[in-house]
Design a protein around this ligand. Structure first.
Ligand code: PGA
Length: 255
């Protein structure tokens, strides 16, 4: 994935049901992505499908994992380590998705996962975002605290492989209140860059790509991109339809 391009990541979550469906969806996305110039495309798929899909080797659609566990091997029932994920030949991993946080991932654990993934040269999309948007702006402090702990003691020289997804929890999934208003998403993207500048210095903060996720679809995606602050999308439901996902990629490519 080259750095200056925008990034569209599909997050399939626990879908689809069978490998055959996963392969068909992957191939139809790959087929349509062919011509785009300004966007890197990636999809994060259930772990059980990663090996098979990675063998297809379609280089213009990167494959990623939706989570990982720090380290290599050990007595951690049900866990899959960063090193094992690397073995599958994938390039990147989502860490700290709100659905993982709801299952118990603390910011401390997320921090361990991020450090381990970056040390092993995986690209990391770390998700942050508030559950409630209050009038007094406390949600900004909440996001700041997430970033401070999630990125604690991450080595500065590894940050070139870090991307941040702003995903307000209330905007995610079929029960979402609504997608974030583009101006609000841009405001938080700028805030995220500012917090990262405070922690790691301006040069890092300016460069870190910030993408938006939460009910992104072909109708709304263009509205987020006009200021040039938001660098792409993390797409859930719409990434399960190759038509919708390819439309989002096309619009992102053209703006
Ligand atoms: P959604 O999910 O696009 O279905 O709202 C986004 C996400 O959870 O990353």
């Amino acid at each position: 994935m080259s750095k200056s391009k925008k990034l569209v990541v599909g997050n399939w979550k626990m879908n689809p049901l069978t490998y055959k469906e996963a392969e068909d969806l992957y191939l139809s996305i790959w087929d349509g992505v062919g011509k785009c110039k300004n966007v890197n495309v990636a999809i994060t798929v259930p772990l059980v499908f990663l090996r098979g899909l990675s063998l297809i080797k379609k280089s213009n659609v990167s494959l990623g994992a939706q989570d990982c566990f720090p380290g290599e091997i050990g007595p951690f029932t049900g866990a899959v380590s960063v090193r094992m994920i690397k073995e599958l030949g994938v390039q990147f991993v989502i860490i700290g998705h709100s659905e993982r946080r709801a299952m118990g991932d603390s910011d401390q654990l997320i921090n361990e996962k991020i450090k381990s993934a970056l040390l092993n040269n995986l690209k990391v999309v770390v998700c942050v975002g508030e559950s409630i948007r209050d009038e007094s702006g406390d949600y900004l402090n909440f996001i700041k605290n997430q970033l401070i702990t999630d990125l604690s003691k991450v080595k500065r020289n590894l940050l070139k492989n870090l991307m941040v997804a702003y995903e307000p929890v209330w905007a995610i999934g079929k029960d979402a209140l609504r997608p974030a208003v583009p101006e609000d998403a841009v405001e938080v993207a700028i805030f995220i860059k500012k917090v990262i500048s405070e922690i790691f210095g301006r040069a890092v903060g300016i460069k870190v790509p910030v993408i938006y996720g939460g009910s992104v679809d072909p109708k709304n995606c263009g509205n987020y991109l006009h200021d040039g602050v938001i660098n792409g999308f993390l797409v859930g439901r719409a990434s399960l339809s190759s038509e919708k996902f390819l439309e989002i990629i096309k619009i992102t490519d053209e703006i």
